[in-house]
Design a binder for this molecule. Structure first.
Ligand SMILES: [Zn+2]
Ligand SMILES: [Zn+2]
Length: 161
């Protein structure tokens, strides 16, 4: 956390020395940047291209290998990967694409299920030795069949993915 007006750079980092150095340099990069005119309380802003040009410059100048800096900064601030790629840092283009693929996969798996057959009242029909719903064709067995024989039920057929 950096509060330029108060002259404070406060850092919380783990026991990993590279992590500590990266965390401090990250805050220093904020410190060295232009002071945001209106920063919302407690919110560190401006993780933009000029910030990352400054930050990755500091990481390199203070002995953090670019590949490692990209990996660590990207793990903490995924938005860094795009800027690292634009800065041409080694491994950044691959890391950026891998991250984008991951996000796309997640978005795809989160897509709401499609309605394949609209909600309907189950109508039981015999199909050889099976019983199916006449409307959607789903085979009904066991306790579900016993329950549907006792009282009517409804179906909604969804597909995911
Ligand atoms: Zn920051
Ligand atoms: Zn049905």
């Amino acid at each position: 956390m950096t509060r330029q007006a108060a002259g404070i750079v406060a850092v919380t980092a783990g026991s990993d020395p590279v992590d500590q150095r990266l965390t401090l340099l990250h805050e220093l990069a904020h410190w060295l940047g232009p002071e945001p005119r209106r920063r919302r309380w407690g919110r560190v802003g401006h993780h933009d291209a000029s910030f990352y040009a400054r930050a990755f410059g500091l990481y390199a100048a203070h002995g953090i290998e670019p590949v490692e800096a990209v990996a660590r900064e990207g793990a903490r601030h995924p938005g860094a990967l795009r800027h690292a790629r634009d800065l041409g840092l080694p491994g950044a283009a691959e890391a950026y694409l891998a991250r984008r693929d991951l996000l796309q996969q997640r978005a795809a798996s989160r897509r709401p299920p499609r309605v394949v057959v609209a909600e309907h009242r189950v109508r039981l029909v015999r199909d050889g030795r099976w019983t199916r719903c006449a409307v959607c064709g789903v085979r009904i067995v066991g306790p579900m069949l016993a329950r549907l024989r006792r009282r009517p039920g409804r179906h909604l057929l969804l597909a995911t993915g």
